[in-house]
Design a protein around this ligand. Sequence first.
Ligand code: PLP
Length: 381
Amino acid sequence: MHVGGQNHRDPFFPEFYKTCLEEVKMIFETKKSSSDGTAIIWPGTGTGGWEAALTNTLNPGDKVVTFRYGLFSHLWIDMMERLGLDVEVIDCRWGDGADEARLAEVLEKDTEKKIKAVCVVHNETTTGVTSDVGRVRETMDAFDHPAMFLVDGVSSIGALDFEFDRWKVDVAVTGSQKALSLPTGIAVVMASEKAIAASKTATSRRVYYDFADMLRTNPSGNVPYTPELQMLYGMRESLRLMREEGMENVVARHSRLGCATRKAVKAWGLETLCKDERWKSDSLTVIETPEGVDSQKIVDVAYAKYNLSLGIGLDRVKGKVFRIGHLGSMNECMLLGALSGVEMAMKDVGVNVELGSGVAAASKYLNDTAAAIPTREHMLA
Ligand code: PLP
């Protein structure tokens, strides 16, 4: 990323930018490493991606259905309402994921197919819950429902299995500061042909996040306004690292990190906020603190004494949980360091935890399941 400033109207840019748009598809389709979608990259953040997804595919007054199970799903709903959409919210416990049976009830009643979009936050970063997007799609298919399928993949895409084509997602959104391990500053949107067709007639007001300006200029490798060049260099490097590791291995690494963290939580005698095995997130773990212990204190002590930055409990779960992020450019030893910091901080605030217990459980699991790093297998031959 540390390259001198360049003019994006210089001859190098079009080929460079076309490569960015092509290469980023890999993380939207981890199984096949390609996608039928069209990538659009904005200087922006995940929230901008949300806005692009909604305003390019829907008209004010359109009926949409979505789930609320954490702060991010709640904020997306707030945006939908502010954009004048008619939102039917399926409220779930914070700690649960998208309940397909409840979606089925809503879709079953929609005999006139008035619902224009189903929106799902794949990985709810407030609660450490990964919903089953494939099963949500199956539920829509069971009713032959033509609604647009919009998915927030901000804390999943590039870390967890994501199958844009197979799940027939119409717009998927991610940001640079999560699995891409970059600073904040890029919103990546993947749009299906159906979403692009909808954008030609959708009447929601939009300017900056209009697909049209991007789709007019991007095919020739151009952009309608100044691109975030350093971020694009960073993104290409992140993608190169992921390609070298192999997307299936990237997903498997996150699964191991998630599993190891959960082993530590169990060894501490604590529980994750997410109770259902099928929804437990591999990109972050959200841990409930024992009765009477303010989770904010653990986060504060970890930061003040051990230079460890944990996620705080947000909104409804403020003070009740803390979050350990384990997505992106992260390996086993980094995680074990974080787990030991958590243990020390918990002990400091009076949680009854034996130092080393979580680290021992996590490292035992990691040790039992360790294999050579894919690019270094030859060293163990
Ligand atoms: N969606 C999810 C799941 C998130 O975790 C976040 C941010 O953490 C957002 C959306 C909002 O993204 P941003 O803060 O990049 O605008």
